[in-house]
Design a protein around this ligand. Structure first.
Ligand SMILES: O=C(O)CCC(=O)C(=O)O
Ligand SMILES: [Fe+2]
Length: 141
């Protein structure tokens, strides 16, 4: 569904079925216990995902931050029971840099007591990433 919407928004929906058929999936469960006294609150250092898309679901304990194109770190607010969809490096390559695969990290509240749980579903392409013909011109940065 997300792939269909993404492809449609760039006018290349006709490639979405083929893309979905070539997708593989990895599900990861993450547990972040609250930092102890004098322990770093950087629970997951800054990185980009290598996936095509990353779909995240968290419990009520926040902590995910994303770096914008302007270099500002912003907190990601998950409304209750919602998913966050983030582009990975393969999506940035596929879109010829139109979509940003953002740097992101997880920092926990200094005096927080609660454990953060996340479920992350990563989608990957089982073949070489190919930029659709329609997106090849006008490379965007
Ligand atoms: O726990 C999160 O919200 C992010 C996890 C993450 O960035 C990852 O597993 O690559
Ligand atoms: Fe990540």
């Amino acid at each position: 569904m997300v792939v269909k919407m993404l492809f449609a928004s760039y006018g290349v929906e006709k490639y979405s079925e083929d893309h979905i058929e070539s997708s593989t999936y990895l599900l990861r469960y993450l547990k972040y216990r609250a930092p102890e006294m004098n322990e770093s609150n950087m629970a997951f250092p800054s990185h980009t995902d290598k996936s095509f898309l990353s779909i995240l679901y968290q419990n009520h304990v926040s902590g995910l931050e994303i770096k914008t194109r302007d270099g500002d770190w912003i907190d990601v607010k998950f409304p209750p029971k919602s998913f966050v969809v983030m582009a990975g490096d393969a999506c940035q390559a596929w879109s010829n840099n139109r979509v940003l695969s953002p740097n992101h990290r997880v920092t926990l509240e200094e005096n927080g007591k609660e454990t953060r749980y996340t479920i992350a579903l990563f989608t990957f392409l089982s073949k070489m990433v190919e930029v659709p013909q329609e997106l090849r011109a006008h490379e965007k940065f």
